[in-house]
Design a protein around this ligand. Structure first.
Ligand code: ADE
Length: 218
């Protein structure tokens, strides 16, 4: 199966690498299921200071990402793989839900995630974007945290990434509106808080019934 690839265009790749090189994200790379690549937007900056932003026409606070470095960075990736699709994390995007995660995870693809920073971006950047994704109704300082969440939520669904064959399937939100049943591990008694008897019984039928009855809906 051709593997998944995420190319992350950012000014702050050092903020992303520790997470992506840890635990499941590391394992997914190590097993060859996913590949992460970083493109430093600064390399495409303008002038001696490699500038990537400027003030808004019409006035106003803050700086906006300029078109030239962003287009050049994306085009450098697309020159190698024209099939790559561009994701822009933005609070103005479509809400990222588990249903969307599943549809993104269903097809091996190369996604370019552009991490905006500063107060925003030149509107013309949207012409080179395929997917605008919002992580929720709040505003973050940049696209790095959304990029990590998008990558993590897709990668954990790829075959071979999680331990148990079915763990991604049965887990929270797997059918779109369930969250999982309560789970316990050792010890059976912790400070007087007991694990439900049925879970200790070894009776698979009863355990399944209990879990079904205790699946918490949202
Ligand atoms: N960038 C800043 N805030 C964001 C959000 N809530 N979702 C996606 N990208 C963002």
């Amino acid at each position: 199966m051709p593997k998944f690839k995420f190319t992350i265009i950012t000014l702050f790749e050092d903020a992303l690498k520790p997470y992506l090189n840890t635990s499941m994200m590391w394992k997914a790379q190590d097993k060859g299921i996913v590949e992460f690549e970083f493109v430093n937007l600064r390399d495409f900056g303008l002038g001696p200071h490699k500038s990537v932003d400027d003030t808004p026409y019409g006035g106003g606070d803050g700086m906006l990402l300029r078109c030239e470095p962003v287009f050049a960075a994306i085009e450098s990736v697309k020159a190698v793989d024209p099939s790559a699709e561009v994701i822009l994390p933005t609070p103005a995007g479509e809400l990222w839900t588990q249903e969307k995660v599943r549809s993104f995870a269903a097809q091996p693809k190369h996604y370019i995630i552009l991490c905006p920073h500063y107060e925003g971006y030149d509107e013309r950047i949207l012409t080179i974007v395929d997917h605008k994704i919002s992580l929720g109704h709040y505003v973050l300082t940049g696209g790095e945290l959304p990029a990590l969440i998008i990558v993590d939520s897709i990668t954990r669904l790829l075959p071979g990434v999680l331990g148990g064959e079915t763990s991604a399937e049965i887990e929270s939100f797997s059918d779109g509106n369930n969250i999982e049943y309560p789970q316990y591990t050792k010890p059976a008694d912790f400070r007087g808080m007991q694990v439900p008897e049925v879970l200790l019984s070894g009776h698979h039928g009863k355990v399944a019934k209990w879990r079904e009855e205790h699946t918490r809906k949202v």
